[in-house]
Each structure stands twice: as C-alpha cells, then as structure tokens.
Design a binder for this molecule. Structure first.
Ligand SMILES: Cc1ncc(C[n+]2csc(CCOP(=O)(O)OP(=O)(O)O)c2C)c(N)n1
Length: 567
C-alpha cells in the first residue's frame, strides 16, 4: 500500500505593494478615497482600477485633503486621500495641518521616488515626511512591499485612537511595484478604555460644591462621538453650557441651558457666564485663544474640571483642579451615573440668570435697509433645511455668521476649519461631507475670497453629480480682514478689494452647475427654497452689503468680558 502524500500548500501568489495597499484599504472597509494621480503613485492608480474603492478624482490635492477631512468629520470614519510625490504631496500640506489642528482622523498616502534615488533631488522628489513632521500625528515611510498591510493597518489605528489626527504613509515607487509572497500584518493593540474612578469622584464632589457651574464643550466631544452622553449628563444635572466653534451642534442650538458659542465671536450670554462661573467643566476642549481671549482673565473665579483624551492638553493653558484623561464616553457615563445617584444640584438661581441673559442677548434680525442681511439669511436657511442640515463652512465673516445664527441639531451638523482657519475649506469640505452623508442637506457656506481658493472643485461636483448646495455670500471683499482694518487699522483698507470678482453664476454654469443670484431681501425665502429643492449641485450667489460686520467681537489681546457690540 502506498501512503498518500500530504497535499502541498499552494504556492503563495506574489503581490505588489500597490495591490496590497488597495486590498488592505478594501479589507479595512474604506468606502471612498479622494485623490489625484501622478508619476510616483501610478502603480497604486493601476491597482486601483477595478477595485471596490470609490475613488473621487478631485481637481487639486488640497481639495482631496479637505474632502477627506470633512468626510471623516461627517461620518466618524477615517478619511483617506492619495497624492503623488513632490508637488502632489506638498499640495496636501495645508489639509494635513487642518486635520491636525482639529484632531480629525485621516490617512494620507503619498507616492515617492524609488528608494535608490532618494536624497538625490530626483524628479518630483520631496522629503514629505520631513515637511510634514510637525503637522502629523504619525508618519510611516514604507520600505518593503511586505510591510504595506501592517503600515496601513497601523496608520488607521493611530489616526483614530485616543486623540485622532492625520497619519502619513509615504510609499516609494519601488515599494509599490515590488512584490512579496509573505505580507506582514499588524495586530492592533487591545487597550481597554478605562476611566479614572478617583478623578470622576473628585469631579462629582467639585460639581456638588459649586453654585455656578458651567460646561465648556469642545470639539473633542464630537470627535469621541460622545454627544449623546454629554446630553444625558446635561439632562441629569441641568448645568448650563457654552460651546467652542468646533463643538456647535453637540448640544442642539436653543436647547435649555445652551448659551451658544463663547470666545472672540461668541455671544454675550456665553462669555458673561464663563466670567461669572465658579466651576468650569471642560470637556474635550483645549483653551484655544479664540475661545478664551486674554487667558489670564478667562473664567477668573472658576475652579476647573478638565476631561480630555489627550494628557498633554490638561494643564497646558490652565491648571486643572480635577483632571480625567481618557475616553470621554466612559468618563461622561461614569459621571452621569454618579450625579443621578445623588440629590439634584443647588444651582437654580444661576440657571435662571443664565436663561435670562440668553434671552436678553439673543441676536436680533431687524437690520434696516433692503439689502440682504446674511445672519438672517443663514438662520432661515438652516431652519428651512431642518434637522438634516449640515453646514460645511469656509473661513471669514460668513463662517462666524453661520456659527452664530444657523441652528445645529447634531454634532455632525457643523463642519468648519476651526484651528487652522483655512480659506478654501468650504467647497471641498462640502464634497466630502455630502459623500459621507448622502441623505442629509449639505450646504457649503463660503465667501467670495475663500470660494475662489478651491473653485476648481465645482468640476468634481459636476463629474460625480454630487448634489451639494452652495451658499456663496459675496461682499466683494475679504470681509473679515476688511473689518479688522476698519476697527484696528484706522480704516486703512489694504488689499482687501475683490470688486473685480468674476460673475459667479456664469462661472458655475460654465462648470455645468445650476446657479442663480439674489440681491434683495424679498428674494431670500424664494432663493432658499430653490437652493434646497434643486436636484443636483446648485449655487446661490448672495450679494450683501460690503460694509456689514460681524458682532460681537472681542478685540485681539482683550478679555472676553470686553466685547464690542456693533450698531
Ligand atoms: C488660506 C488663508 N489665507 C488667508 C487667510 C486670512 N483670512 C481670514 S478671513 C479672510 C477673508 C475672507 O474673505 P472671504 O472669503 O471673502 O469671506 P468674508 O470674510 O468676506 O465672509 C482672510 C484673507 C486665511 N484664513 N486662510
């Protein structure tokens, strides 16, 4: 009898680094990637053809990075963008910095020249790891095709873990074309998201001892997807709240106790409450200077409880009396449980004071004249769009008006370049947000200056028939800079005039996008209805008075109590 030989294992199929990159992205469940090809990333684009990934060909790599960033903000997933070496990679830089400043999980994949010519000033060679070193959470230069899966898995893990941020993967061309039969994987470390019980107990004690407690909500709550838990904490305690720009929507606009945005363009009720509180409960916020104004005079009489995912934020700008570092969800859940377990707080007079202030300082919309008043238009736009409204904002006066006057019902409702303040964000961010939330009414709110900075992405809207709505608020100038020149540079208007703007309706139409213009107040409701009813992408060009300013405003270097109110 002849013993049958054990079957030989099938010979492993050699795979290229580029193929492994694509298959790893597919395995990780990535749906959409934003990118732009070029010489040093061509093997990746070759492998991409026919894959399950939906690749969105933007018209500028900065658009890819901004779109990936907003996709992440709107979906809670990791955003992905791809660029070639050299100029493609450097065009991502502003977008990477933007994601870093606002703690957005993003993986950026760049091609690079082959390792054999690295360091020789080869064609389109840039040391993109070096260039981006201060603005990434982490970066990886992949040296061997066998390391590609591990690099990608590690990048996704790091981008999303703890305090999220952008991770760069640089893929030299020889790594993309080189093959391997033995790709290495990465085992994601299993770190349990614990909560420091002592810190939570200390926070409870501080809250119970306070008579004028205030919750300072930061973008970290949104990032941690902890909005529901925060709302439960608010319901359990009744403590009033203020929010940073990046936290708008975490607690719905107009909810009881929600005093609105604090800081430079915050409301008086919010800023006064910060100045008067005796306990500031800081949740996922970093004491950004736009929020605090002159730090030494910020919340002068308050003890501080600080909850954050990032230990380096605690005590960085303001000493915390109680600190809990770690997962905000776990901390909020534990704190709420404790608060529910005891008597209700003795803070009624303070709650009443805050509510009265909110009412007394509510914005007014009775501006004189026939011209369109942007705050009123933005308020109406968000009300007409309802709970599904998502605003992807650019940077400038219109951004601050949107933050102050739109109604936001969810944490994804408001997407804005907070930390970096990057003009040009709005249009590509709208692209990313609409792809992430196809059922929602996503509106890009832009000024004429910022819109021009990534206007080419109108072509992306057209190509993929992305039904983004664009509200372009045109004051024929760099409005926020003009306002500062008016107030702080004696009206010396230097290089802010954009009165030779192109005809934006004609431009949009040239890109194949429906567009129309409104310039009188009686056209506002009709314009909003038309914009929201449009089936495809649509641009509403809104002409406003170039002299309109954003109020209130805390002058630079001043304390938040020293707000200037306009006429
Ligand atoms: C990339 C970039 N360049 C310059 C600035 C400085 N900046 C901030 S707001 C602003 C004016 C924006 O003008 P516009 O887009 O027309 O909006 P508006 O303020 O008029 O609403 C400028 C130049 C910036 N934030 N980002």
């Amino acid at each position: 009898m002849i013993a049958s030989a054990a079957p030989k294992p099938a010979p492993a199929v050699a795979q290229s680094g580029a193929r492994l990159l694509i298959s790893t992205l597919e395995r990780l469940g990535v749906g959409v990637v934003f990118g732009y090809p070029g010489g040093a990333i061509m093997p990746v684009y070759d492998a991409l053809a026919g894959s399950k990934l939906k690749h969105i060909l933007v018209r500028h790599e900065q658009g890819a990075a901004f779109a990936a960033d907003a996709y992440a903000r709107a979906s809670g997933r990791v955003g992905v963008c791809i660029a070639t070496s050299g100029p493609g990679a450097t065009n991502l830089v502003t977008g990477i910095a933007n994601a870093m400043m606002d703690s957005v999980p993003m993986v950026c994949i760049t091609g690079n020249v082959a390792q054999g010519v690295m360091g020789t000033d080869a064609f389109q060679e840039i040391d993109i790891l070096g260039v981006t070193l201060p603005i990434v959470k982490h970066s990886i230069l992949v040296r061997d095709p066998a390391d590609v899966p591990a690099a990608v898995e590690e990048a996704f893990h790091i981008a999303a873990a703890g305090r999220p941020g952008p991770v760069l993967i640089d893929m030299p061309k020889d790594v993309q074309v080189g093959t391997t039969t033995a790709p290495r994987g990465f085992s994601v470390p299993n770190i349990s998201a614990g909560v420091d019980d002592d810190a939570v107990a200390a926070a409870e004690a501080a809250i119970r001892a306070a008579r004028r407690p205030l919750i300072y909500v930061g973008g970290g709550v949104k990032i941690a997807r902890a909005a529901e838990l925060l709302r439960a904490f608010v319901r359990a305690t009744g403590i009033p709240q203020v929010a940073t720009l990046n936290a708008l929507g975490t607690i719905p606009t107009g909810a009881p106790g929600m005093l609105g945005m604090l800081g430079m363009h915050g409301g008086r009720a919010a800023n006064d409450a910060v100045q008067a509180c005796d306990l500031l409960i800081v949740i996922g916020a970093r004491f950004d200077d736009r929020a605090t104004g002159k730090l030494a005079e910020f919340a002068p009489g308050a003890r501080v409880v600080h909850f954050d995912a990032d230990a380096s934020e605690v005590g960085k700008m303001r000493t915390a009396d109680v600190a809990a570092v770690g997962d905000l969800k776990a901390a909020l859940a534990a704190l709420t449980l404790r608060m529910r377990g005891g008597p209700s707080l003795d803070i009624q007079p303070w709650v009443v004071d805050c509510a009265r202030a909110a009412e007394a300082h509510a914005p007014r919309y009775d501006a004189p004249g026939e011209r369109i008043y942007a705050p009123d238009l933005l308020k109406r736009l968000s009300e007409a769009a309802g709970d599904d409204f998502v605003a992807a904002c650019d940077v400038g006066q219109h951004q601050m008006w949107a933050a102050q006057h739109c109604r936001f019902s969810r944490s994804e409702s408001h997407i804005s370049s907070g930390g970096l303040g990057a003009m040009g964000f709005g249009l590509p961010a709208g692209v990313g947000a609409k792809l992430a939330r196809p059922q929602d009414t996503v509106v890009t709110i832009a000024g004429d200056g910022g819109f021009m900075m990534n206007i080419q992405e109108l072509a992306t809207l057209r190509r993929y028939a992305i039904p983004l709505k664009i509200c372009l608020i045109d004051n024929s100038s760099l409005g926020l800079v003009r306002q500062w020149q008016e107030l702080f540079f004696a009206g010396n208007y230097s290089e802010i005039d954009l009165s030779d703007n192109p005809d934006f309706v004609a431009v949009a139409e040239a890109f194949g996008i429906e567009a129309f213009r409104i310039e009188r107040r009686d056209q506002v409701d009709g314009g909003i209805a038309r914009l929201l009813a449009a089936e495809g992408p649509c641009l509403m060009h809104v002409i406003i008075d170039p002299r309109d300013n954003v109020w209130p405003l805390v002058p630079p270097g001043k304390c938040n109590a020293d707000m200037m109110e306009g006429s």
